[in-house]
Design a protein. Structure first.
Length: 312
């Protein structure tokens, strides 16, 4: 934002609270992404709307493209081209935007939890309608099919500029796979729940290119590794990989209290594990689930899950 002409002032060390002074005469920028982040990319593109000329964002690794799709839908001139250093996204500033009604597809990251539960609980079959099939978000479902998951995509359509389908999911015998690093950006939020499925699969699952998980709401690699170990699952980790040795259907002992580190996805992942482990799984704090999925508990209970709140 400083490149546009804005000024930001924080406490010592760049800490909150933050004072931001907007640019009186913003200028277009050319910004090379140093880490793969759809949030940073989107912030730069939105700032570029108010600058004359062309604002350019260069991604070394592609990230989810919901913002680009939405901007085009509102009338912005935006193009994405291969170039030196990666994807080059060029936005023409100060467009004449047009209002419209938007149908927001259902979130594939949130859908991943009931989908995972249906895959590992014997006899399950669920339908999840209107889930985004955006190719920058679809890596989890690609991986599930490689693991042998029985997932059908029905009623393909487009809503809000996004490809959408209804998911029909049936309980399946899963097998371990190797997830390539180039797929990681399209499923970065789903690795915690994937590690739970890997624990219930037959064989070993290796997840590569996952170092970004260490700087999410928690260090998700460490959080999942420690929780799975406490539940009797053998795991191995490096800075950029997580390996889970599956115990097969009904093979996870469970019986542990898993630390969520105030991370919503860690909490939901271990609660799903508790549906299939031999002994119940407890999470130390379920309140962070409201961060992204406040209806998780009643929805899962409506599907037959038994989730109880402790008075401790």
């Amino acid at each position: 934002l400083a490149l546009f002409g804005a000024q930001a002032f924080g406490r010592s060390g760049g800490r909150l609270p933050l004072t931001l002074i907007g640019a009186a005469d913003p200028v277009p920028v050319r910004f090379g992404m140093t880490v793969p982040s759809a949030q940073v990319k989107s912030a730069v593109l939105l700032a570029g709307l108010n600058a004359p000329g062309e604002t350019v964002v260069i991604e070394r690794e592609p990230t989810r493209d919901h913002t680009e799709r939405m901007l085009r839908g509102f009338g912005a001139e935006l193009r994405v081209e291969p170039g030196e250093g990666g994807h080059v996204i060029t936005l023409t500033g100060r467009p004449e935007l047009r209002p419209q009604a938007v149908a927001v597809p259902r979130d594939p990251s949130s859908a991943a939890f009931p989908v995972a539960a249906a895959l590992v609980v014997e006899g399950s079959e669920i339908r999840v309608p209107g889930v985004s099939r955006n190719p920058t978000r679809d890596g989890f479902y690609v991986t599930l099919r490689e693991m042998g998951a029985d997932i059908a995509f029905e009623n393909d359509r487009e809503e809000g500029g996004e490809p959408v389908a209804d998911l029909v999911v049936r309980a399946s015998a899963l097998r371990g796979v190797e997830v390539p690093p180039e797929r990681a950006p399209s499923m970065i939020d789903e690795f915690p729940i994937l590690s739970v499925l890997a624990a219930c699969a037959t064989g070993t699952t290796v997840m590569r290119g996952v170092k970004e998980l260490r700087v999410k709401e928690s260090d998700r690699i460490d959080a999942m590794a420690r929780g799975l170990e406490a539940c009797g699952v053998k795991v191995e980790e490096t800075e950029d990989t997580l390996t889970v040795h599956g115990l097969g259907p009904d093979g996870v002992p469970g019986g542990a209290t898993c630390a969520t580190h105030l991370d919503h996805r860690i909490a939901m992942s271990f609660l799903v594990l508790g549906l299939v482990s031999r002994q119940p799984v407890t999470v130390d704090d379920g309140s962070p689930i409201a961060t992204s999925f406040p209806a998780f508990e009643p929805l899962m209970q409506g599907l037959g899950a038994r989730i109880e709140r402790s008075s401790r």
